[in-house]
Design a binder for this molecule. Structure first.
Ligand code: ATP
Length: 738
């Protein structure tokens, strides 16, 4: 999107005005109306892309305003430049120029061919046409017979004038000649305003077609053998005119009406377009042939420049103002120019192929990219899962290990229990069977040893019960025969190697077996030994068993004794613990008690102090001061101690008081107390008589009584504080101990 380029050109004044009071001033790209004295007239100042003053030549106008459009047209963009303004303002001069100052069309034509020559990679075909819209009819200026041509519109060609002659040209000079020939056919007329007034709008059109020269080697679809077709319109409009000024009548009047009407439609179109996309609504292009032809240039697919010519004379101020307003509106219009290409079937096919190829590449690229990303993502996921797996495996291994350890520990514990159980059972049975077998052997000494089954002699409950119990107990934690083998012989039960074999490396805590050392030395008859054994053997065995039994009984008794001792010791310890607990409770209560004591002491102290005060003679202010300071020290000490004990009650383990400070305070208190009492005792009897009635018989007797009372006061205070200090230190040691 780009704005229409708008410039204002002020033509030189035609005649010197004698009595003008205003004038147009041009400064840079601004034009404004001033009074003769130079004062600007407010509201009449406009800025444009360019403002050319009267001294400006056509070449400069072309350079600044038109050249870019011409170059763009060569490259395939539509372009339009037209001159708009009141009659005699210099439109024709700007477009056609003069011999000394060639106009825009002339310069443009030359420039087009210059540009074409510079564009070596393309081949061009230029067609030119020249037409006018006269009284709202289109006439072909290059073929006078082509009159009243019609405007058509097609998808392929857009808006076009049917039947218009187009001359294929190959050089600027040729074009200029054609233009010259066409100029002859233009409608000019003489008016009061202009001796050679254009009575029609003329449109010089160049159609520029181009094609890349050697497209076979091109791989870029943008430079295939597509044909670019651009239309360049250079328009010289007829000027708006006021009938009273032009003095037109008859034909001129009719022409003037058509001119004004078409210019009014152009103004409407410009107004609508300048309103902006939202408000503009319907654009009345079809209301005039001019706007219809210029439609692409006005808000369409073209680059457009408008040169608004104005007459500087004061007499034309209103028309100039109108032109400037038109220009201001036109400035707001935006166009959307793009390269126009026509595709032949071959070009279309080639382009489509290239586009497909490009899309395929893009698709492949994007697909590969997607795949690559997918693979990367999968790899990342895989890595994550691997790490997770490793972590889980490690955790599982740890779990297995700990499970195994736990199992082992349980087995060991179970085994210990089993061992102990079996040993205890064995011990019981052993004792029984030993007794039985002793009895039996004694009995059997009297009978024939061969008549009785020798096996039965060992089919004792002990012999059978032990392995069975063992097996049953072991089978509790494992049904596998490997884990619960029948011992070969019960005598091997305590054998460490057998334990190892039996438990597949699960070694029982052999230390626990030490509690039954007797098992290691006991010897039971084996089943293999049984068939060959004799009565002598039985006797020996019975003796052994007997000895073992006695030993076991001894051990048992010893154990029972130990047990009893332990129970006694336990009881004693329990008693001691209870005693200590009671003591601890008492110690815990000390702060409470001490607190209470301090409160009591405070009261007593107050009383004692007041008693002592009663002994102070009225005129003995020094003694009174001494007493007062003693009282204060005591009160302060009591408060400190109270604070300390209350903190101790709250369970604070930090010793709050300053130990040395309290001791110091206590010491000072003692000294002061001694001094006070000495001072009181040494006072004269008449003076030391208490101010409150004491009913004492005489001064001598009073002095003795007072001395003893003061001594009691002293001792009671000392006792009080001694007790409190004791409590304080006790409390201190309690904190230290606990
Ligand atoms: N820039 C200029 N320098 C010198 N002379 C100029 C210039 N512009 C216009 N003129 C002269 O002013 C007169 C009127 O100019 P021109 O015919 O170009 O006006 P116009 O706008 O085309 O009028 P109309 O609409 O009636 O055709 C002419 O004689 C022309 O030579």
């Amino acid at each position: 999107m780009e704005k229409i380029c708008v410039a204002v050109r002020v033509r030189p004044p035609v005649a010197q005005e004698t009595s003008s009071s205003t004038y147009w001033r041009v400064e840079d790209n601004r034009i404004s109306l001033h009074k003769t004295l130079g004062t600007p007239i407010s509201g009449v100042s406009h800025a444009f892309d360019h403002v050319f003053d009267q001294s400006c030549a056509n070449a400069r106008v072309y350079e600044l305003l038109i050249k870019d459009i011409i170059h763009a047209a060569v490259e395939g963009f539509n372009g339009t430049a037209f001159a708009y303004g009141q009659t005699s303002s210099g439109k024709t001069y700007t477009m056609n120029g003069s011999e000394s100052d060639p106009g825009i069309i002339h310069l443009a034509v030359k420039d087009v061919f210059r540009r074409i020559q510079m564009t070596t990679n393309r081949e061009f075909l230029i067609r030119v046409s020249y037409m006018e819209i006269y009284n709202e009819e289109i006439n072909d200026l290059l073929a006078v017979e082509n009159q009243k041509l019609q405007i058509h519109e097609s998808l392929e060609n857009g808006v076009f004038v049917a039947g218009l002659r187009e001359e294929i040209v190959n050089g600027a000079e040729q074009v200029l000649k054609i233009i010259e020939s066409g100029e002859v056919n233009r409608h000019f007329g003489e008016t009061n305003m202009n001796a050679r007034s254009s009575r029609s709008h003329t449109i010089f059109r160049m159609v520029i077609e181009s094609k890349e020269k050697d497209s076979n080697y091109s791989s870029d679809y943008s430079s295939t053998d597509a044909i670019r077709v651009s239309v360049l319109n250079l328009v010289d409009l007829a000027g708006s005119e006021r009938i009273e000024k032009t003095g037109a009548g008859g034909v001129r009047l009719k022409e003037g009406k058509y001119i004004n009407k078409s210019l009014m439609v152009l103004g409407n179109v410009i107004n609508k377009l300048s309103d902006g996309a939202k408000q503009r609504g319907h654009i009345p292009y079809r209301d005039s042939k001019l706007t219809r032809i210029l439609q692409p240039a006005l808000g369409g697919n073209a680059k457009t420049s408008i040169i608004c010519t104005v007459a500087p004379e004061e007499v034309h101020i209103e028309e100039t103002k109108g032109t400037l307003q038109f220009a201001s509106r036109a400035k707001r219009i935006t166009n959307c120019a793009q390269v126009n290409e026509i595709l032949t079937d071959a070009a279309l096919l080639k382009r489509q192929k290239l586009e497909i190829e490009e899309l395929r590449k893009k698709l492949q690229g994007s697909h590969a990219e997607v795949l690559e990303q997918e693979i990367l993502k999968l790899r990342n996921d895989m890595l994550k899962y691997e790490l997770e797996h490793e972590k889980l495996a490690m955790e599982l291994e740890e779990e297995r290990k700990s499970h195994k350890e736990r199992d082992q520990w349980i087995r060991e514990q179970q085994m210990k229990i089993d061992n102990l159980s079996s040993l205890v059972t064995l011990s019981d049975c052993d004792r029984k069977s030993s007794q039985d077998s002793a009895r039996q052997s004694l009995k059997e000494e009297s009978i024939d040893s061969h008549s009785a089954g020798h096996g039965d002699g060992f089919s004792t409950p002990c012999f059978k019960a032990v392995p069975n119990a063992f097996v049953v107990k072991r089978s509790n934690y494992s049904r596998l025969p490997d884990y619960s083998p029948l011992p070969d012989a019960i005598s091997n039960v305590a054998d460490e190697d057998t334990w190892l074999k039996m438990n597949k490396g699960y070694i029982a805590d052999l230390d626990s077996l030490q509690i039954t050392p007797a098992r290691r030395v006991q010897s039971f008859p084996t089943s293999e030994a049984t068939p060959g054994c004799s009565n002598e053997n039985y006797k020996q065995e019975a003796q052994v068993l007997k000895r073992q039994l006695e030993l076991a009984i001894e051990q048992k008794d010893q154990l029972e004794r130990n047990h009893m001792e332990q129970i006694l010791l336990n009881k004693q310890l329990t008693g001691e613990i209870s005693e200590l607990q009671r003591e601890a409770q008492l110690i815990r209560e000390i702060p409470h008690r001490l607190c209470e004591s301090v409160a009591n002491c405070k009261e007593i102290y107050k009383d004692v102090m007041s008693i002592m005060q009663s002994f102070v003679p009225d005129d003995e202010s020094s003694t009174l001061q001494l007493l007062s300071s003693t009282s204060e020290i005591g009160t302060s000490l009591l408060s400190t101690l109270e604070n300390h004990f209350s903190v101790s009650i709250d369970g604070n383990r930090t010793f709050p008081g300053n130990n040395s400070l309290i001791q110091e305070q206590c010491k000072v208190l003692c000294e002061r107390l001694n001094k006070t009492i000495t001072s009181l005792v040494l006072s004269e009897p008449s003076t030391v008589k208490p101010r409150h009635s004491r009913n004492l018989p005489c001064s001598c007797g009073y002095k003795v009584a007072a001395s003893s009372q003061l001594a009691r006061c002293h001792s009671s205070i000392m006792i009080l504080f001694s007790v409190l200090m004791l409590g304080y230190f006790l409390s201190f040691f309690r904190l230290v101990i606990f």
